[in-house]
Design a protein around this ligand. Structure first.
Ligand code: SF4
Length: 458
């Protein structure tokens, strides 16, 4: 686990809470996803069984990671894919950079990939003088705004239509319009020219099929197909836990991923790329390279947090999380926000850096309820909180307060005395400026137990 400055989650969250535009955009977007997911799930009888099978499948892969990765690597190589192993982010960046330098790449088009965000690939390539253009509409918006994605499926979820209209007119010099179709047309026009001029395409992968050495990519905009087939060179940047055993398993995950992600029964496009273009084929890149990133994942597979590697990046846990829904993704200060982000960021970067975000959960359990691969997110977040306390990463005052409360709550006489007098002493908290006194409602005059007892005596 690496060290470094801790993520300023509280400060970030406070800033988000003061931003009415962000709150409005988040409310509108996540609400829609929730209801769409609900009806898509209802349309699939046996959804629970599918979740169970998906969780088992991913667990089997994580337990035997090397075996499945080796099988995938062997099959992909047989089909002509050049597979590069990248133990860390720096190596992954160097592999792509060297490939582009050797082939004289000046312009690369890119479809959405969180792994490339994780390794900061764009910044690296741009420093080399290579233009990298995001072609997913949401990613294109955040790239124009010089921001990072705030959701793993909907990168520009924090921006409303008016903000996008202003951004397009400022950055692209087009007349201001809030018409979504017109805005999409503007983006499409700009991107089309770039697709045709690009020397390379960069994509991620949703799944890697060990049985066939194929890369599976789910998209809704068709840009994924252009990125992977129009330029001569296609580079897939992905991570080891994306491997699944077979095409049959892909059929299982294709029932779960679109439903959980966008509430669709199926994504608009599912591309299966099995090697470069062969003789007689009309489309496809002439050269396909695949960068297989570890960046700490093999360590996670051996740790108590291994279940997070089952994640298929659907984003459903974010859409239902009461904390994510108000603070948005940027508050987490990491590539991966929301409940899955709390766990994955901590496992990848270490608690020294991530410990403030482990408090960013109400532990309500909604995330674990919707997770299509049944990741016990609440248990994992609780385990992180325990580790945080054990390692002395909580503030001293909080530790002392919780210790005192723990002692008091475990002695019934002290606890009932507190219940009896809490109502009377609560105003003192306000006088002394305690945050608790400002935020929590005043305790009732009678405790719940006393009220039940009194009711019984009536
Ligand atoms: S943790 Fe589960 S719900 Fe959250 S993104 Fe991953 S698969 Fe989806």
């Amino acid at each position: 686990m690496k060290s470094g400055g801790a993520i300023p989650f509280r400060e970030n969250a406070k800033r988000s809470l003061r931003d009415p535009d962000l709150r409005r955009a988040m409310r509108a977007a996540v609400g829609t996803f929730g209801s769409k997911r609900e009806s898509a799930v209802q349309s699939l009888p046996g959804f629970e069984e599918y979740r169970e099978r998906a969780a088992e499948t991913k667990s089997k892969v994580i337990e035997n990671l090397e075996e499945f990765v080796n099988l995938f690597r062997e099959k992909a190589r047989e089909r002509g894919v050049v597979v590069h192993d990248a133990p860390d982010a720096e190596t992954a960046r160097k592999i792509v950079g060297d490939l582009f330098r050797e082939r004289g790449v000046r312009l690369a088009v890119k479809s959405k990939s969180m792994v490339t965000e994780e390794i900061h690939l764009n910044e690296h390539l741009e420093k080399m003088g290579i233009e990298v253009l995001e072609t997913d509409l949401g990613e294109y918006i955040v790239q124009l705004a010089k921001e990072s994605p705030s959701h793993i499926i909907v990168p520009a979820i924090h921006r409303d239509r008016k903000q996008v209209a202003k951004l397009f007119s400022e950055k692209l010099g087009v007349p201001y319009t809030e018409d979504v179709e017109e805005l999409t047309k503007v983006a499409r026009r700009t991107l089309r020219e770039k697709f045709l001029a690009a020397d390379a395409g960069i994509s991620g992968a949703n799944f890697l099929i060990a049985q066939t050495g194929s890369v599976a990519i789910f998209t809704n905009e068709g840009n994924g197909r252009m990125v992977t087939t129009v330029p001569k060179l296609h580079v897939v940047v992905t991570s080891v836990e994306k491997v699944i055993p077979s095409l049959e398993d892909l059929a299982l995950f294709s029932r779960l991923l679109p439903r959980s992600a966008t509430g669709q029964v199926m994504s608009s496009y599912l591309s299966l790329i099995t090697g470069p273009r062969r003789e007689g084929e009309g489309t496809g890149a002439e050269e396909v390279h695949l960068v297989l990133l570890d960046n700490g994942r093999r360590d996670i597979a051996r740790s108590d947090y291994r279940d997070i590697l089952r994640c298929i990046r659907c984003g459903a846990c974010m859409n239902v999380c009461p904390v994510y829904r108000v603070v948005g993704g940027h508050a987490y200060g990491s590539t991966y926000p929301g409940p899955m982000g709390i766990v994955l960021t901590s496992a990848l970067q270490g608690l020294e850096k991530s410990h403030p975000i482990v408090d960013g959960s109400t532990l309500c359990g909604a995330c674990a309820e919707v997770c299509p691969v049944k990741i016990p997110l609440v248990d994992l977040i609780l385990a992180l909180r325990r580790e945080k306390v054990r390692r002395g990463l909580t503030p001293a005052l909080e530790r002392a307060g919780m210790r005192a409360f723990g002692k008091a709550a475990s002695v019934p006489q002290i606890f009932s005395a507190y219940q009896q007098y809490a109502h009377s002493i609560w105003p003192l908290a306000k006088i002394f400026g305690s945050p608790a006194g400002k935020k929590f409602p005043r305790p009732e005059r009678k405790s719940f137990v006393k009220r039940v007892r009194d009711a019984g005596e009536d």
